[in-house]
Ligand binder design. Structure first.
Ligand SMILES: Nc1ncnc2c1ncn2[C@@H]1O[C@H](COP(=O)(O)OP(=O)(O)OP(=O)(O)O)[C@@H](O)[C@H]1O
Length: 271
């Protein structure tokens, strides 16, 4: 078994526009190891979200995956029939996007939303879902007696945690987090991401973490890929990319912000 959970090979993604195809992702290749936190950095519009949607095959027209391979555990996702892909989404590859908290159904109690997802993917009963919902609430730091509340009864940060909890309940091997906390204030953002790191340590899932916040990324991730105008210009471990970047653009990105402590500082690992 390869140590890489996800291998992206020569990925090209176009937006098919009236004036012709615009290539938003150009020949991008990178791997994410099992249990690895991999960050994708780069300025707005460089193609990060386009990659996230391509991995989950949730790209909508005019986006079009023009070439390459997306291999999860030896299986090329781009070749799978949609029915097979549906079994992989959420169950094996979880997704938490920026506005995920708004994806909760306002008319359904949170516990029912857990059941909806868990029943669909694992066939579990209502009482099993309730048990899981309570366990996941505990994990993400929300009082378990609130599982029967409606989304509007929670703060934005709590709602985002609930989405992470639903995502984790299915025990995916890979979680794609595309600006998962950008809509939240800095303190809540940090709290949630610290929890994600704790959970990652407990469950060992891999994470593709997308943000334009290089600081945050350096604090959280093991390895970082830097994108520029659709191309991946540098990939390396966090220390190398932050302390001795190989690409001019990476250097510029770092120079544009004041330096803060790295992941070891936040996680207590030896630097
Ligand atoms: N639906 C669309 N139609 C046409 N072009 C698009 C569409 N969505 C994205 N693009 C273009 O594709 C490129 C990559 O966009 P993408 O959203 O992947 O960037 P990003 O790095 O995630 O940016 P951000 O950090 O702002 O979310 C950009 O030039 C963008 O304008």
């Amino acid at each position: 078994m390869s140590n890489n959970l996800l291998q992206i090979r020569n990925l090209d993604v176009d937006y098919l526009l009236d004036k012709g195809a615009f290539r938003a992702v150009k020949n991008v290749s990178f791997d994410i190891g099992r249990g690895e936190l991999f960050g994708l950095a780069g300025e707005s519009g460089c193609g990060k979200s386009t990659i996230a949607y391509a991995i989950t095959r949730l790209s909508k027209p005019p986006a079009w995956v023009a070439g390459g391979e997306i291999i999860l555990d030896g299986q090329n996702l781009l070749k799978l029939p949609e029915g097979e892909m549906q079994k992989i989404r959420w169950r094996r590859v979880g997704m938490v996007f920026q506005s995920a908290m708004n994806s909760l159904n306002p008319l359904m109690r949170v516990e029912a939303q857990f059941h909806d997802v868990l029943h669909r993917h694992t066939g579990c009963s209502r009482s099993q879902s309730r048990e899981t919902a309570e366990a996941m609430f505990k994990l993400v730091g929300i009082p378990v007696n609130r599982v029967a509340d409606y989304p509007h009864q929670f703060s934005g940060g709590m709602r985002q945690r609930i989405v992470i909890a639903i995502c984790l309940a299915l025990r995916p091997e890979l979680i794609i987090m595309d600006e998962p906390t950008t809509a939240l204030d800095v303190v809540v953002q940090r709290e949630i991401l610290e929890q994600v790191i704790d959970l990652q340590r407990t469950y060992g899932f891999s994470v593709l973490f997308i943000t334009h916040d290089l600081h945050l990324m350096a604090q959280l991730c093991h390895r970082i890929g830097v994108m520029l105008k659709g191309e991946l210009v540098e990939v390396g471990d966090v220390r190398q990319v932050s302390q001795s970047p190989a690409h001019d653009y990476t250097r510029k990105l770092w120079n544009a912000i004041p330096q803060l402590p790295s992941r070891s500082h936040m996680t207590g690992e030896p630097a």
